[in-house]
Design a protein around this ligand. Structure first.
Ligand code: G6P
Length: 369
């Protein structure tokens, strides 16, 4: 065990630091200098991806959050409608499946009972085809889906998923690009997005350098009971993932909100005992997010802002903690900004003395309903 963990104290920490390599492996021989290589989803994939007029994405837990990011990406770049649902809901309700909809299941293990049941149920509902995005090649999910794209995260031991998530995002970015190319994205924009994605391992490497600053920050959380995570647009699912990580391993109650919803409820919770963590890369919504954060500040909430390497948020820095993350571009930013949130959850949990790799009441793979 200690040998496998090497220099790291926990598997989770090791797996966080393996992300540049895991993401590079997931992109390797799939993303070439001119774009996504042919047939990476399987020999018969071309026709199905060409014919797709929409997607239904189904998953659980962290994999569900990856699906939510993909919705923002695919709707923006490929202009195809996407719905994302947790598998335990999907399997028991009557969904409407428009013609030529592709069913996509995302799962680290490929054995999650609800996700597998959803895949099986989808056969009855008349989809164009099914695609599994999964980390375990010999899993049931991969065996049963028509198309597959393996994440190459390697074994993930920590119950709280980290490198599985960022490699799912890498795989979903490839899916986005492939769909976008086939459904009319401007070739120059396509090329620019491919270049951005090529740089994802490097951008994650840079984000990992924040660890010492995050260790300092984590000390503030030792006696906290609640935390609120805010993001807007594609960073909202990142906020959800940050909150999930914190609650899973530190047992601090954490919630995530799209920052524009703050005024519709959670603002009532904000006082000087409430840390508010904002994921705030540059982008068209940054000014709106800033005004949401002013509301938090006005109520004495402690702000912790993860902002882009450049410009934008300096005025916020005077009222809390500001950490700079070079996003590497707006396409890959969700994967990059996830990393400091993983580190924050990890170091808070270490300071609180929980069983980081095996948090109470949780299992790595939930194979019963
Ligand atoms: C469990 C794990 C989570 C994981 C979820 C879905 O709850 O603790 O980390 O995200 O299952 O697992 P899957 O293998 O389907 O991605």
């Amino acid at each position: 065990d200690a040998v496998e963990r090497g220099e790291y104290r926990h598997y989770m920490q090791k797996e966080i630091f393996e992300q540049p390599q895991a993401v590079a492996n997931t992109l390797e021989a799939r993303l070439g200098p001119h774009g996504v290589l042919p047939n990476i989803f399987g020999i018969d994939s071309e026709g199905l991806l060409q014919a797709a007029r929409g997607l239904h994405i189904i998953a659980c837990g962290t994999s569900y959050h990856a699906g939510l990011v993909a919705k923002y990406w695919i709707e923006e770049y490929a202009r195809l409608p996407v719905s994302v649902e947790v598998a335990s809901e999907y399997r028991y309700r009557e969904t409407v499946v428009p013609a030529d909809t592709l069913f996509v299941a995302i799962s680290q293990s490929g054995e999650t009972a609800d996700t597998l049941a959803a895949l099986r149920e989808s056969r009855r509902r008349g989809y164009l085809g099914t695609l599994a995005i999964c980390n375990v090649p010999e899993s049931s999910l991969v065996r049963e889906a028509d198309l597959k794209l393996m994440t190459r995260a390697g074994p993930e031991i920590g119950v709280a998923s980290t490198k599985a998530f960022t490699t799912q995002l890498a795989a979903l970015a490839l899916l986005t690009l492939e769909l976008a190319r086939r459904h009319g994205l401007d070739p120059q924009r396509y090329a620019a997005l491919c270049t951005e994605l090529q740089h994802l391992p490097r951008a994650i490497e840079n984000a990992l350098q924040l660890e010492p600053a995050i260790i300092d920050l984590a000390a503030e959380f030792i006696h906290r009971q609640h935390a609120l995570f805010l993001g807007r647009g594609v960073q909202y699912p990142v906020a959800l993932e940050g909150a999930l990580k914190l609650k899973e391993i530190s047992y601090i109650h954490a919630e995530a909100y799209p920052a524009g919803e703050l005024k519709h409820g959670p603002l009532a919770l904000v006082d000087e005992t409430m840390p508010v963590i904002a994921v705030a890369p540059n982008g068209p919504l940054l000014d709106k997010l800033k005004s949401n954060l002013q509301e938090v500040r006005a109520r004495g909430g402690r702000l912790i802002v993860f902002a882009d390497g450049t410009a934008g948020m300096d005025d916020m820095a005077h009222h809390g903690a500001m950490l700079r993350v070079a996003s590497g571009g707006s396409f890959i930013a969700p994967a990059v900004f996830t990393v400091p949130l993983q580190l924050l959850a990890y170091h808070v949990a270490v300071l609180r003395g929980t069983d980081v790799d095996q948090p109470r009441n949780l299992a790595k793979s939930v194979t019963v309903e």
